[in-house]
Design a protein around this ligand. Structure first.
Ligand SMILES: *Cc1c(COP(=O)(O)O)cnc(C)c1O
Length: 477
Protein backbone atom coordinates (compact mmCIF):
# COMPACT_ATOMS: atom_id res chain seq x y z
CA UNK A 1 0.00 0.00 0.00
CA UNK A 2 2.76 2.40 0.98
CA UNK A 3 4.56 1.74 -2.23
CA UNK A 4 1.39 2.35 -4.28
CA UNK A 5 0.96 5.72 -2.66
CA UNK A 6 4.49 6.68 -3.50
CA UNK A 7 4.00 5.76 -7.11
CA UNK A 8 0.89 7.86 -7.28
CA UNK A 9 2.46 10.87 -5.60
CA UNK A 10 4.99 11.03 -8.37
CA UNK A 11 2.37 12.05 -10.91
CA UNK A 12 4.24 14.03 -13.54
CA UNK A 13 3.53 15.25 -17.04
CA UNK A 14 4.44 11.79 -18.28
CA UNK A 15 1.91 9.99 -16.09
CA UNK A 16 -0.99 8.58 -18.06
CA UNK A 17 -4.20 10.41 -17.25
CA UNK A 18 -5.94 7.32 -15.90
CA UNK A 19 -2.88 6.23 -13.89
CA UNK A 20 -2.95 9.49 -11.93
CA UNK A 21 -3.88 10.01 -8.31
CA UNK A 22 -6.71 12.35 -9.29
CA UNK A 23 -8.51 9.62 -11.17
CA UNK A 24 -8.64 7.51 -8.00
CA UNK A 25 -10.19 10.30 -5.94
CA UNK A 26 -13.53 12.03 -6.02
CA UNK A 27 -13.60 15.34 -7.82
CA UNK A 28 -13.49 18.45 -5.59
CA UNK A 29 -16.83 19.48 -4.17
CA UNK A 30 -16.20 21.86 -1.28
CA UNK A 31 -12.66 23.06 -1.33
CA UNK A 32 -10.14 23.97 -3.98
CA UNK A 33 -7.47 21.21 -4.36
CA UNK A 34 -4.19 22.02 -2.64
CA UNK A 35 -1.95 21.05 -5.53
CA UNK A 36 -1.93 21.69 -9.24
CA UNK A 37 -2.42 18.93 -11.73
CA UNK A 38 -1.66 18.56 -15.41
CA UNK A 39 -3.95 20.16 -17.98
CA UNK A 40 -4.68 16.73 -19.46
CA UNK A 41 -6.00 15.42 -16.15
CA UNK A 42 -8.03 18.55 -15.39
CA UNK A 43 -9.46 18.48 -18.90
CA UNK A 44 -10.44 14.83 -18.64
CA UNK A 45 -12.15 15.31 -15.28
CA UNK A 46 -14.20 18.27 -16.42
CA UNK A 47 -14.99 16.67 -19.76
CA UNK A 48 -16.21 13.48 -18.08
CA UNK A 49 -18.58 15.45 -15.90
CA UNK A 50 -20.11 17.20 -18.87
CA UNK A 51 -21.11 14.31 -21.06
CA UNK A 52 -24.42 15.21 -22.61
CA UNK A 53 -27.19 13.35 -20.81
CA UNK A 54 -29.07 13.19 -24.09
CA UNK A 55 -27.78 13.77 -27.58
CA UNK A 56 -28.35 17.45 -28.32
CA UNK A 57 -29.77 16.62 -31.75
CA UNK A 58 -32.31 14.23 -30.20
CA UNK A 59 -33.27 16.74 -27.54
CA UNK A 60 -36.68 17.99 -28.61
CA UNK A 61 -37.21 19.75 -25.29
CA UNK A 62 -34.94 22.74 -25.81
CA UNK A 63 -35.51 25.82 -27.95
CA UNK A 64 -31.87 26.72 -27.97
CA UNK A 65 -29.52 26.39 -30.93
CA UNK A 66 -27.58 23.14 -31.03
CA UNK A 67 -26.14 23.50 -34.51
CA UNK A 68 -24.08 26.20 -36.22
CA UNK A 69 -21.87 25.69 -39.25
CA UNK A 70 -18.08 25.33 -38.87
CA UNK A 71 -17.35 28.92 -39.96
CA UNK A 72 -19.73 30.34 -37.37
CA UNK A 73 -18.23 28.06 -34.77
CA UNK A 74 -14.71 29.15 -35.67
CA UNK A 75 -15.64 32.84 -35.54
CA UNK A 76 -17.20 32.41 -32.13
CA UNK A 77 -14.31 30.34 -30.78
CA UNK A 78 -11.84 32.94 -32.05
CA UNK A 79 -13.77 35.61 -30.14
CA UNK A 80 -14.02 33.66 -26.91
CA UNK A 81 -11.66 36.00 -25.03
CA UNK A 82 -13.44 39.18 -26.05
CA UNK A 83 -15.41 41.08 -23.43
CA UNK A 84 -18.24 42.94 -25.10
CA UNK A 85 -18.03 45.86 -22.71
CA UNK A 86 -14.44 46.74 -23.65
CA UNK A 87 -15.65 49.11 -26.27
CA UNK A 88 -12.54 51.18 -26.39
CA UNK A 89 -10.54 48.06 -27.12
CA UNK A 90 -13.01 46.57 -29.57
CA UNK A 91 -15.11 49.48 -30.84
CA UNK A 92 -16.10 47.56 -33.95
CA UNK A 93 -17.96 44.97 -31.88
CA UNK A 94 -20.19 47.62 -30.33
CA UNK A 95 -20.88 48.82 -33.84
CA UNK A 96 -21.60 45.27 -34.98
CA UNK A 97 -24.04 44.93 -32.09
CA UNK A 98 -25.77 48.16 -33.15
CA UNK A 99 -26.01 46.82 -36.69
CA UNK A 100 -27.66 43.64 -35.39
CA UNK A 101 -30.15 45.75 -33.43
CA UNK A 102 -30.93 47.71 -36.62
CA UNK A 103 -31.46 44.50 -38.58
CA UNK A 104 -33.71 42.99 -35.91
CA UNK A 105 -35.67 46.27 -35.55
CA UNK A 106 -36.28 46.37 -39.29
CA UNK A 107 -37.38 42.73 -39.36
CA UNK A 108 -40.06 43.90 -36.91
CA UNK A 109 -41.03 46.91 -39.05
CA UNK A 110 -39.52 49.61 -36.85
CA UNK A 111 -40.72 53.08 -37.81
CA UNK A 112 -37.72 54.75 -36.15
CA UNK A 113 -35.95 57.16 -38.48
CA UNK A 114 -32.70 57.47 -36.54
CA UNK A 115 -29.67 55.76 -38.02
CA UNK A 116 -29.22 53.67 -34.87
CA UNK A 117 -32.37 52.09 -33.51
CA UNK A 118 -33.05 52.01 -29.79
CA UNK A 119 -32.36 48.52 -28.52
CA UNK A 120 -30.10 46.33 -26.46
CA UNK A 121 -28.60 42.91 -26.36
CA UNK A 122 -29.03 40.54 -23.44
CA UNK A 123 -27.83 37.14 -22.33
CA UNK A 124 -31.15 35.79 -23.56
CA UNK A 125 -34.79 36.72 -23.73
CA UNK A 126 -34.83 36.79 -19.95
CA UNK A 127 -32.60 39.85 -19.78
CA UNK A 128 -34.32 41.33 -22.82
CA UNK A 129 -37.78 40.86 -21.24
CA UNK A 130 -36.56 42.44 -18.00
CA UNK A 131 -35.30 45.49 -19.89
CA UNK A 132 -38.57 45.83 -21.79
CA UNK A 133 -40.52 45.48 -18.55
CA UNK A 134 -38.37 47.92 -16.62
CA UNK A 135 -38.69 50.51 -19.39
CA UNK A 136 -42.49 50.19 -19.31
CA UNK A 137 -42.47 50.54 -15.54
CA UNK A 138 -40.19 53.61 -15.66
CA UNK A 139 -42.31 55.32 -18.33
CA UNK A 140 -45.47 54.66 -16.31
CA UNK A 141 -43.79 55.92 -13.14
CA UNK A 142 -42.58 59.12 -14.82
CA UNK A 143 -46.09 59.77 -16.11
CA UNK A 144 -47.63 59.16 -12.69
CA UNK A 145 -45.14 61.52 -11.07
CA UNK A 146 -45.97 64.20 -13.64
CA UNK A 147 -49.68 63.69 -12.84
CA UNK A 148 -48.92 63.84 -9.10
CA UNK A 149 -50.45 60.39 -8.67
CA UNK A 150 -49.16 57.51 -6.55
CA UNK A 151 -46.88 55.04 -8.26
CA UNK A 152 -46.50 52.32 -5.65
CA UNK A 153 -48.82 49.67 -7.08
CA UNK A 154 -47.66 48.84 -10.61
CA UNK A 155 -49.00 45.74 -12.35
CA UNK A 156 -48.72 44.01 -15.72
CA UNK A 157 -51.04 41.63 -17.53
CA UNK A 158 -49.95 38.33 -19.10
CA UNK A 159 -51.31 34.87 -19.90
CA UNK A 160 -50.93 32.17 -17.23
CA UNK A 161 -48.76 30.37 -19.79
CA UNK A 162 -45.99 32.93 -19.19
CA UNK A 163 -42.34 31.93 -19.20
CA UNK A 164 -40.74 31.97 -15.74
CA UNK A 165 -38.79 35.17 -16.47
CA UNK A 166 -42.00 37.16 -15.92
CA UNK A 167 -42.38 35.71 -12.47
CA UNK A 168 -38.81 36.83 -11.78
CA UNK A 169 -39.56 40.26 -13.17
CA UNK A 170 -42.61 40.58 -10.91
CA UNK A 171 -40.72 39.38 -7.86
CA UNK A 172 -37.44 41.23 -8.35
CA UNK A 173 -39.01 44.57 -9.20
CA UNK A 174 -42.06 44.08 -6.98
CA UNK A 175 -44.57 44.52 -9.75
CA UNK A 176 -47.87 42.70 -9.48
CA UNK A 177 -48.33 40.04 -12.17
CA UNK A 178 -51.95 39.65 -13.26
CA UNK A 179 -52.39 36.39 -15.09
CA UNK A 180 -55.17 35.38 -17.42
CA UNK A 181 -55.85 31.66 -17.15
CA UNK A 182 -56.05 29.48 -20.23
CA UNK A 183 -59.18 27.36 -20.56
CA UNK A 184 -60.05 24.52 -22.94
CA UNK A 185 -61.97 27.11 -24.98
CA UNK A 186 -59.41 29.89 -24.75
CA UNK A 187 -56.08 28.46 -25.81
CA UNK A 188 -54.47 31.91 -25.86
CA UNK A 189 -55.03 35.20 -24.02
CA UNK A 190 -58.18 36.91 -25.27
CA UNK A 191 -58.57 40.71 -25.56
CA UNK A 192 -61.69 41.01 -23.37
CA UNK A 193 -59.90 39.27 -20.52
CA UNK A 194 -56.89 41.54 -21.01
CA UNK A 195 -59.01 44.67 -20.67
CA UNK A 196 -60.80 43.27 -17.63
CA UNK A 197 -57.41 42.95 -15.90
CA UNK A 198 -56.18 46.48 -16.74
CA UNK A 199 -56.41 49.62 -14.65
CA UNK A 200 -54.56 52.91 -14.12
CA UNK A 201 -51.64 51.04 -12.54
CA UNK A 202 -51.02 48.72 -15.50
CA UNK A 203 -47.54 49.38 -16.85
CA UNK A 204 -47.97 47.12 -19.88
CA UNK A 205 -49.64 44.06 -21.37
CA UNK A 206 -47.34 41.22 -22.45
CA UNK A 207 -48.62 39.02 -25.27
CA UNK A 208 -46.35 36.13 -26.24
CA UNK A 209 -45.42 35.02 -29.74
CA UNK A 210 -44.52 31.36 -29.46
CA UNK A 211 -45.98 30.61 -26.04
CA UNK A 212 -43.47 28.33 -24.33
CA UNK A 213 -46.15 25.98 -23.02
CA UNK A 214 -48.20 25.60 -26.20
CA UNK A 215 -46.35 26.98 -29.20
CA UNK A 216 -49.31 29.24 -30.01
CA UNK A 217 -49.34 33.02 -30.51
CA UNK A 218 -51.40 35.46 -28.47
CA UNK A 219 -53.38 37.67 -30.85
CA UNK A 220 -51.38 40.89 -30.54
CA UNK A 221 -53.47 42.73 -33.13
CA UNK A 222 -56.73 42.03 -31.32
CA UNK A 223 -55.17 43.00 -27.98
CA UNK A 224 -53.77 46.19 -29.53
CA UNK A 225 -57.18 47.14 -30.94
CA UNK A 226 -58.94 46.46 -27.65
CA UNK A 227 -56.32 48.46 -25.76
CA UNK A 228 -56.64 51.32 -28.22
CA UNK A 229 -60.35 51.64 -27.45
CA UNK A 230 -59.76 51.21 -23.73
CA UNK A 231 -56.97 53.82 -23.66
CA UNK A 232 -59.15 56.28 -25.57
CA UNK A 233 -62.02 55.76 -23.19
CA UNK A 234 -59.98 55.99 -19.99
CA UNK A 235 -57.19 58.35 -20.98
CA UNK A 236 -54.60 55.76 -19.97
CA UNK A 237 -51.54 54.94 -22.06
CA UNK A 238 -51.21 51.21 -21.51
CA UNK A 239 -48.65 49.87 -24.00
CA UNK A 240 -47.66 46.39 -25.17
CA UNK A 241 -44.35 44.61 -24.76
CA UNK A 242 -44.29 41.55 -27.01
CA UNK A 243 -42.35 38.58 -25.66
CA UNK A 244 -41.35 37.08 -29.00
CA UNK A 245 -38.64 34.77 -27.66
CA UNK A 246 -39.42 32.22 -30.39
CA UNK A 247 -41.81 34.07 -32.71
CA UNK A 248 -39.51 37.06 -33.21
CA UNK A 249 -37.41 35.08 -35.65
CA UNK A 250 -40.27 33.03 -37.12
CA UNK A 251 -43.04 35.49 -37.98
CA UNK A 252 -40.96 37.94 -40.06
CA UNK A 253 -39.97 35.09 -42.36
CA UNK A 254 -43.01 32.83 -42.44
CA UNK A 255 -45.95 35.15 -41.79
CA UNK A 256 -44.75 38.60 -42.92
CA UNK A 257 -48.30 39.85 -43.46
CA UNK A 258 -49.35 39.08 -39.89
CA UNK A 259 -49.41 42.28 -37.80
CA UNK A 260 -47.94 41.60 -34.39
CA UNK A 261 -44.97 44.01 -34.33
CA UNK A 262 -44.20 47.75 -34.51
CA UNK A 263 -46.87 48.19 -37.18
CA UNK A 264 -49.30 48.13 -34.27
CA UNK A 265 -49.86 51.41 -32.42
CA UNK A 266 -49.40 50.23 -28.84
CA UNK A 267 -46.49 47.84 -29.38
CA UNK A 268 -43.63 49.89 -27.96
CA UNK A 269 -41.07 47.15 -27.32
CA UNK A 270 -40.32 43.60 -28.44
CA UNK A 271 -37.84 41.03 -27.16
CA UNK A 272 -36.50 37.81 -28.66
CA UNK A 273 -33.86 35.13 -28.11
CA UNK A 274 -31.00 35.27 -30.60
CA UNK A 275 -30.09 31.80 -29.34
CA UNK A 276 -33.47 30.28 -30.21
CA UNK A 277 -34.67 30.78 -33.79
CA UNK A 278 -32.05 33.52 -34.23
CA UNK A 279 -29.85 30.46 -34.81
CA UNK A 280 -26.93 31.44 -32.55
CA UNK A 281 -25.36 29.40 -29.75
CA UNK A 282 -26.33 30.62 -26.24
CA UNK A 283 -26.56 33.19 -24.74
CA UNK A 284 -28.03 35.98 -26.76
CA UNK A 285 -31.23 38.02 -26.58
CA UNK A 286 -32.44 41.22 -28.20
CA UNK A 287 -34.86 43.93 -27.15
CA UNK A 288 -35.90 46.81 -29.38
CA UNK A 289 -38.02 49.88 -28.66
CA UNK A 290 -40.25 51.44 -31.25
CA UNK A 291 -38.42 54.73 -30.86
CA UNK A 292 -35.73 56.19 -28.65
CA UNK A 293 -38.37 58.18 -26.80
CA UNK A 294 -39.80 54.98 -25.30
CA UNK A 295 -36.47 54.04 -23.79
CA UNK A 296 -36.33 56.02 -20.53
CA UNK A 297 -33.20 58.11 -20.01
CA UNK A 298 -32.79 56.50 -16.62
CA UNK A 299 -31.96 53.21 -18.33
CA UNK A 300 -29.70 54.28 -21.13
CA UNK A 301 -26.46 56.02 -21.68
CA UNK A 302 -24.92 57.16 -24.88
CA UNK A 303 -21.38 56.64 -26.00
CA UNK A 304 -20.05 58.87 -28.72
CA UNK A 305 -16.48 57.67 -29.11
CA UNK A 306 -17.34 55.19 -31.84
CA UNK A 307 -17.82 57.73 -34.58
CA UNK A 308 -21.53 57.55 -33.87
CA UNK A 309 -23.91 58.03 -30.98
CA UNK A 310 -24.73 54.56 -29.75
CA UNK A 311 -27.26 53.93 -27.01
CA UNK A 312 -26.24 51.43 -24.37
CA UNK A 313 -28.62 49.58 -22.10
CA UNK A 314 -28.28 46.39 -20.09
CA UNK A 315 -28.42 44.59 -16.77
CA UNK A 316 -24.98 43.09 -17.26
CA UNK A 317 -21.71 44.88 -17.74
CA UNK A 318 -19.11 42.33 -18.85
CA UNK A 319 -20.42 39.66 -21.16
CA UNK A 320 -19.06 37.52 -23.99
CA UNK A 321 -18.97 39.16 -27.40
CA UNK A 322 -18.81 35.93 -29.42
CA UNK A 323 -22.59 35.66 -29.82
CA UNK A 324 -22.72 39.03 -31.55
CA UNK A 325 -20.23 37.77 -34.11
CA UNK A 326 -22.33 34.62 -34.46
CA UNK A 327 -25.52 36.61 -35.01
CA UNK A 328 -23.97 39.02 -37.51
CA UNK A 329 -22.40 36.08 -39.35
CA UNK A 330 -25.78 34.33 -39.61
CA UNK A 331 -27.41 37.51 -40.98
CA UNK A 332 -24.71 37.80 -43.67
CA UNK A 333 -24.39 34.10 -44.40
CA UNK A 334 -28.08 33.23 -44.57
CA UNK A 335 -29.75 36.47 -45.56
CA UNK A 336 -33.51 36.81 -45.44
CA UNK A 337 -34.01 33.90 -47.85
CA UNK A 338 -31.71 31.61 -45.88
CA UNK A 339 -33.51 32.26 -42.61
CA UNK A 340 -36.83 31.80 -44.34
CA UNK A 341 -35.75 28.45 -45.81
CA UNK A 342 -34.48 27.13 -42.48
CA UNK A 343 -37.56 28.26 -40.52
CA UNK A 344 -39.75 26.86 -43.28
CA UNK A 345 -38.07 23.44 -43.00
CA UNK A 346 -38.45 23.39 -39.20
CA UNK A 347 -42.08 24.37 -39.63
CA UNK A 348 -42.76 21.69 -42.26
CA UNK A 349 -41.30 19.00 -40.03
CA UNK A 350 -43.22 20.28 -37.01
CA UNK A 351 -46.45 20.25 -39.03
CA UNK A 352 -45.73 16.75 -40.27
CA UNK A 353 -45.14 15.47 -36.74
CA UNK A 354 -48.22 17.34 -35.51
CA UNK A 355 -50.34 15.68 -38.18
CA UNK A 356 -48.92 12.20 -37.63
CA UNK A 357 -49.17 12.34 -33.85
CA UNK A 358 -52.71 13.72 -34.16
CA UNK A 359 -53.58 10.60 -36.15
CA UNK A 360 -52.32 8.19 -33.48
CA UNK A 361 -55.12 6.65 -31.49
CA UNK A 362 -53.95 7.52 -27.98
CA UNK A 363 -53.34 11.20 -28.71
CA UNK A 364 -55.09 14.43 -29.45
CA UNK A 365 -53.37 17.68 -30.39
CA UNK A 366 -53.88 20.67 -28.09
CA UNK A 367 -54.57 22.89 -31.08
CA UNK A 368 -55.26 22.25 -34.76
CA UNK A 369 -52.89 25.06 -35.66
CA UNK A 370 -49.11 25.22 -35.76
CA UNK A 371 -47.71 28.75 -35.94
CA UNK A 372 -44.24 28.11 -34.58
CA UNK A 373 -42.16 24.96 -35.06
CA UNK A 374 -43.39 23.52 -31.78
CA UNK A 375 -46.61 21.98 -30.55
CA UNK A 376 -48.11 19.97 -27.70
CA UNK A 377 -50.53 17.09 -27.48
CA UNK A 378 -52.37 15.27 -24.73
CA UNK A 379 -53.90 11.85 -24.25
CA UNK A 380 -57.21 11.21 -25.96
CA UNK A 381 -59.95 11.20 -23.29
CA UNK A 382 -61.58 7.93 -24.31
CA UNK A 383 -58.24 6.23 -24.61
CA UNK A 384 -57.20 7.71 -21.29
CA UNK A 385 -60.06 6.02 -19.50
CA UNK A 386 -58.54 2.59 -19.94
CA UNK A 387 -54.83 3.40 -20.32
CA UNK A 388 -52.52 2.06 -17.65
CA UNK A 389 -49.92 4.71 -18.38
CA UNK A 390 -49.42 8.46 -18.78
CA UNK A 391 -47.33 10.64 -21.03
CA UNK A 392 -44.65 10.63 -18.32
CA UNK A 393 -44.20 6.92 -19.00
CA UNK A 394 -43.94 7.62 -22.69
CA UNK A 395 -41.28 10.23 -21.96
CA UNK A 396 -39.27 7.61 -20.04
CA UNK A 397 -39.66 5.02 -22.78
CA UNK A 398 -38.49 7.44 -25.47
CA UNK A 399 -35.47 8.33 -23.35
CA UNK A 400 -34.30 4.75 -23.76
CA UNK A 401 -33.94 5.48 -27.47
CA UNK A 402 -32.08 8.72 -26.78
CA UNK A 403 -35.04 11.06 -27.38
CA UNK A 404 -35.80 13.85 -24.97
CA UNK A 405 -39.48 14.64 -25.39
CA UNK A 406 -40.77 16.33 -22.23
CA UNK A 407 -44.13 15.68 -20.59
CA UNK A 408 -45.48 18.27 -18.18
CA UNK A 409 -48.69 19.59 -16.66
CA UNK A 410 -50.33 22.75 -17.92
CA UNK A 411 -50.44 26.03 -15.93
CA UNK A 412 -53.01 26.98 -13.30
CA UNK A 413 -56.63 26.25 -14.12
CA UNK A 414 -55.91 23.36 -16.48
CA UNK A 415 -53.08 21.93 -14.43
CA UNK A 416 -54.55 18.42 -14.40
CA UNK A 417 -53.85 18.17 -18.12
CA UNK A 418 -50.61 16.37 -18.93
CA UNK A 419 -49.12 17.29 -22.27
CA UNK A 420 -46.08 16.41 -24.29
CA UNK A 421 -44.12 18.90 -26.38
CA UNK A 422 -41.86 18.80 -29.40
CA UNK A 423 -39.68 21.74 -30.43
CA UNK A 424 -38.28 21.37 -33.94
CA UNK A 425 -35.04 23.24 -34.59
CA UNK A 426 -32.50 23.45 -37.36
CA UNK A 427 -30.76 20.07 -37.40
CA UNK A 428 -33.91 17.93 -37.20
CA UNK A 429 -34.74 16.20 -40.47
CA UNK A 430 -37.78 14.44 -41.86
CA UNK A 431 -35.91 11.16 -41.59
CA UNK A 432 -35.31 11.76 -37.88
CA UNK A 433 -38.99 12.65 -37.51
CA UNK A 434 -39.91 9.30 -39.02
CA UNK A 435 -37.57 7.50 -36.64
CA UNK A 436 -39.16 9.33 -33.73
CA UNK A 437 -42.67 8.40 -34.89
CA UNK A 438 -41.64 4.78 -35.18
CA UNK A 439 -40.22 4.87 -31.67
CA UNK A 440 -43.37 6.53 -30.30
CA UNK A 441 -45.57 3.87 -31.92
CA UNK A 442 -43.39 1.06 -30.53
CA UNK A 443 -43.39 2.62 -27.05
CA UNK A 444 -47.18 2.98 -27.07
CA UNK A 445 -47.49 -0.60 -28.18
CA UNK A 446 -45.43 -1.76 -25.22
CA UNK A 447 -47.19 0.49 -22.73
CA UNK A 448 -50.55 -0.79 -23.88
CA UNK A 449 -49.52 -4.30 -22.91
CA UNK A 450 -49.14 -3.34 -19.25
CA UNK A 451 -51.34 -5.35 -16.87
CA UNK A 452 -51.10 -2.93 -13.99
CA UNK A 453 -51.08 0.85 -13.87
CA UNK A 454 -47.71 2.61 -13.68
CA UNK A 455 -46.88 4.73 -10.61
CA UNK A 456 -47.51 7.92 -12.57
CA UNK A 457 -50.89 6.56 -13.63
CA UNK A 458 -51.82 5.75 -10.04
CA UNK A 459 -50.71 9.22 -8.94
CA UNK A 460 -52.77 10.82 -11.70
CA UNK A 461 -55.91 8.90 -10.81
CA UNK A 462 -55.74 9.79 -7.15
CA UNK A 463 -55.18 13.45 -8.03
CA UNK A 464 -58.08 13.50 -10.46
CA UNK A 465 -60.37 11.86 -7.90
CA UNK A 466 -59.52 14.50 -5.33
CA UNK A 467 -60.34 17.22 -7.83
CA UNK A 468 -63.65 15.51 -8.61
CA UNK A 469 -63.13 15.48 -12.34
CA UNK A 470 -62.34 12.41 -14.34
CA UNK A 471 -59.92 12.77 -17.23
CA UNK A 472 -61.44 16.02 -18.36
CA UNK A 473 -60.41 19.55 -17.75
CA UNK A 474 -63.46 21.62 -16.99
CA UNK A 475 -61.72 24.95 -17.14
CA UNK A 476 -63.42 25.99 -13.94
CA UNK A 477 -60.43 25.22 -11.75
C1 LIG B 1 -37.39 30.93 -23.74
C2 LIG B 1 -38.33 31.99 -23.38
C3 LIG B 1 -37.96 33.04 -22.51
C4 LIG B 1 -36.63 33.07 -21.82
O1 LIG B 1 -35.65 33.12 -22.79
P1 LIG B 1 -34.11 32.85 -22.54
O2 LIG B 1 -33.55 33.24 -23.87
O3 LIG B 1 -33.97 31.41 -22.25
O4 LIG B 1 -33.66 33.73 -21.43
C5 LIG B 1 -38.87 34.04 -22.28
N1 LIG B 1 -40.09 34.02 -22.85
C6 LIG B 1 -40.49 33.03 -23.68
C7 LIG B 1 -41.85 33.08 -24.28
C8 LIG B 1 -39.62 31.98 -23.97
O5 LIG B 1 -40.01 30.99 -24.79
Amino acid sequence: MKRDEEILKKTTVTTSVFASEEMLKSAPVDTIPQHSTTPEIAYQMVKDETYAQTLPRLNLATFVTTYMDPYATKLMNDAIAINYIDETEYPRIALMCAKCINIVANLWNSPEQAKWKAGALGIGSSEACMLGGVAAWQRWKNRRIAQKKPYDKPNFVISSAYQVVWEKFAQLWQIEMRTIPLTPEKLTMCPEDVIAHCDENTICVVPIQGVTWTGLNDDVKAINDALDKYNQKTGYDIPIHVDAASGGFILPFLEPEREWDFRLKWVLSISTSGHKYGLVYPGLGWVVWKDKKYLPNEMSFSVNYLGADITQVGLNFSRPAAQILGQYYQFIRLGFDGYKAIQHSSMEIAKYLHQQIGKMKPFVNYSNEVHNPLFIWEMNKEYGKKAKWTLYDLQDKLKQNGWMVPAYTMPANIEETIVMRIVVRQGFSRDMADQLLTDIAAAVNELDKLQYPTPSRIALESKVKIKGTVYTHTGKG
